[in-house]
Every structure is written in structure tokens, then in C-alpha cells.
Design a binder for this molecule. Sequence first.
Ligand code: F6P
Length: 556
Amino acid sequence: MTSVDATTTEAWATLFRLHAAYHPDLRGAFAADPDRARTFTRTCADLRVDLSKNLLDTDILQALVALADEVDVPGRRDAMLRGDRINVTENRSVLHTALRRPRGDALVVDGVDVVAEVHDTLDRVYAFAEKVRSGAWVGVTGKRIETVVNIGIGGSDLGPVMVYEALRPYVQDGLECRFISNIDPTDAWVKTHDLDPETTLFIVASKTFTTLETLTNARICRAWLWERLAAAGVLEDTDAARTEAVAKHFVAVSTALDKVAAFGIDPENAFGFWDWVGGRYSVDSAIGTSVCVAIGPESFADLLAGFHAVDEHFAEAPLAENVPVLMGMLNVWYTNFFDAQSHAVLPYAQYLHRFAAYLQQLTMESNGKGVRADGQPVTTTTGEVFWGEPGTNGQHAFYQLIHQGTRLIPCDFIAVANPAHPTKDGDQDVHELFLANFFAQTKALAFGKTADEVRAEGTAEEIVPARVFAGNRPTTSIMAPALTPRVVGELIALYEHITFVQGTVWGIDSFDQWGVELGKQLALQIAPAISADDAALAEQDSSTRELISYYRSQRR
Ligand code: F6P
């Protein structure tokens, strides 16, 4: 699949010119145009997105939109939405948007109505979730399930954890989810050591059902289940009893249902999805089963409706009004014209504390690529480093560098109008105090503080420079009424499409992840050398050999 090289377009040349002539002055821009906030604020479903504190003017915005047009963002978007095989290196469709299309919609790809299949699976997941929530699903000793442990990694973990944490207030009383991802055995130990096996249900979530970490952890948890049930005197020492325990305490989510059966999980207790769902785009598939059990089918359907509302906006809004397009193009503007290396996402909502971690996989596994989809080297830098922490914690940690450091770090600030837990400190509404910080930070970053303003505070001349804030640090403010399932779905879909827009401009395949393969292969190759195989050790490079030798000398 060939695509236009963005750097050869007319819009790119225009942006190059505009950048050369642009002298960031957000104070001046706001003073000159009292309508600036309104001019650059857009709405996307329930999200109100203020772009006005970005380094842009109407000419720049127009040129960014023209670039999106010239590289054919609309055409590529439509190709994705209708199921063309735009994941060229894996020869797959990219249809996570089909996961949230309403029942009754039809999308036929290769002769199959994928939306009908999605809803068949959703119905099974919903029925299962209801059984667990109502207590109809019981463990081997007849007790209802109290803890659901999701075992997965990457997209089979980060999405479910993030959404579960984001929607804590929606979790049914008496139910808890835990998430095991790391092959460091500490993770499985920490998450299981205090659990009652009789009331614990494991969900093994793996698209491929071949991932070393997940399968190892699944076996560790299966052994834990058998040992603990036996220790409690409620498991007979027979294969039939062990099989029965797995049937009552393990379910699976995968595209490889044959491998699920080989592991010993009854296919009746397995939920499928499709190779056209990328791992990092899969929380809204059956991979979200843990979340669905926790918050219930109704809230899960609201989550999906939020995703879909943003999909519709992305599909239909004109480019200049299209929030994912504008945010994606601004990221291109900063990455390729201002040489920004990273992008901070700063939610002022404690429940979004895993959002940045989730976005790291979404954005960096998608757009951390050095070749174009046709195999040619890229012609621009690609992929920013995404990072962040909830405000206000970040304010007391790394904001110093954003405010006064030498690097340009575009930031997305996210806040909601209504708190999950309204709280007063005396007469003070604490959420308002929290929001005051949200508003203050973007203001400080945009407008800074001049030397004269510092002097006017009576500051000694020699420390004036240290207290000056240059300002012109770009931010986008995203606000929503409350952190509901729908809004969480909207936020995720927003960033999915931002990622897509950037990948399209850079001409890369945002849906493969070959970069993670080499390390996986080498880990398997190196494993025999670690404990005893001296011949395998001798084959390693000198650094690896010495490191392993050190390990051998230290192990007890
Ligand atoms: O890290 C590579 C990766 O393939 C991710 O893309 C994926 O989300 C993760 O591993 C887990 O894969 P699986 O769901 O197949 O276990």
C-alpha cells in the first residue's frame, strides 16, 4: 500500500514557512483576540477540547488541516472503518471500531457480518458477567466469586487495568479485580497470596494464547488453585477433581480457542475475538471481560457507546472540527517542526492514574516505527514518548521541567466537572481546589511570568532569572461532565484516533509491533544458558556471558 510522503506535500512546505516565521507569543495572541478560546475550542461527544493554548494561529491550523487532507487522512480513515487490510505487514483489517458498533448495524467484511459476530460474543460475555455478579456462578465448593484475577500482558492487561481503575465507583460491592501481568513471580505472589481459592476466578486473557508471561502465570495460578484447594481439604487427588476445579475457576479470552482448550479450559468458558482487533485496541472486546464482570453489562455497554460516539465524530466531522484529527496534527506539528520528543498526559482525576501507562502502549507500540508501510525508511521523525501522572501529584515532581526546562513538552490536561466523591474541607469544596490547580497550570504554562512581574513582587535582582517563566508551553485542556463509563470510552477512542492520524501522516503501519519480537526470541534462546547449559553460555556475547556468570555466582 503506498501513501503520500507528507514531506513532499504543499502543506508541509507551508508549515515549514509558517514555523520559520512563527514567534510563540500566547500572551499576545490572547490579548489580540478576545475570542481565541472560542475559536480554538471544539466538542467531541461529551468532551470539550480547548486547543487555544497551543502554539497555533488560524493559518497554522488551516495548514495542518490541509496536510491531513493531502496525506488523505479521510481516505485512510474510511479504509480502516470499512475493513480494508490497512495493517499491511500482517495483512489484516483494523476493525476495533466494529467492536462498539450498535446492535443491528451491519459491516460485512470478507462475506462475514462482523458486527453480528461482535454482538454474539458480547451477549456471551454479558451472560457470564451476570452469572458471576448474581452469584449464580460458583466455585468448586459452591461459594460465589469475590475476586476476579485477570492474567494478561500488554493490551490484554493495560486496557482492563486502566478502565477498572477509572471506573472504581461503578464496581459492584463485594467484587474485586486484580491483574497479573509480569513474569516476575512476585506479581503472581502479591496478587494471590491473600486470596481464598474457593472464591477466586481467573481470566486468562491473551489474543495469541502463546505469550510466555501469560501462559507461565496461568500455569502458576492453576497450580496455586490446586494446592490451596487441596490444603483446605476441598480437592480430591484425582485428575477429574482438578479438571473440575479449572472449569469452575478459569475462563479464557483469546482468538486461539484451540490453544485455550489445550490448556485445559473448557471452550464453553472461553470468549473469542478476531485477528482484526489489535492487542492495544482490544479493551472493548472480550478482553474487557474482567471489567464487564466488575461494572456490569449495562455500564460496559455505556463504555462502548462512548467509544462509538467518538468513532462517529471521527468519521463525520469536517477535518477542521474533527478533534482526533486536530490533536493528531498538533502532535505532528510539535514532533516534526518543533522537535518535541515527548508528550505528557496529565489527568486531574485520580481514578485515571493508569491512563498514561495505557497510552504508552497505544501510542508507542503503534507509532514507534522507522519504516513506512511500503518498507521504505520514514522521511521524518515519528512517535513521541508518552508519559504522565495524575495532577496534582505531578506538580510536585516533574512539572518543574515542563515549566522551566529547556525541552518543549506539549501536555494534555484532562479534568471532569463533577468529582467521584464530593468532599468538603470546612467550607472549601475540595474538587474546586483541585480544579483550581488544573486551570492554574495551563495558565502558567501558556503565559509564564515576566522579569518585570517577578521584580514587582520585590524579588532580589540576582534571583529574578530563576523565577522567570518563559510561558508559551503548549497545552490542550480536555474537560467532561464526569468520569462515567461513557466518558472513559470517549477518551480511549479519542487517543486511538489521534494515534491513527499521526501514523497516517508518517506513512507507517500503526497496527503491527515487530519491534517487540526480537527480545522475545532472544529470551527463549538465552534461557537454557542461565541455569546450567555451559555450551549455550559459551555461545553468548561477552557481556551477556559475564552477566549470566555473575547471576550464577550469586544465586543461592
Ligand atoms: O508486546 C507485544 C504484544 O504482542 C502486544 O501487542 C500485546 O498486547 C501483548 O503482546 C500481549 O499479547 P497476547 O494478548 O497475545 O498475549
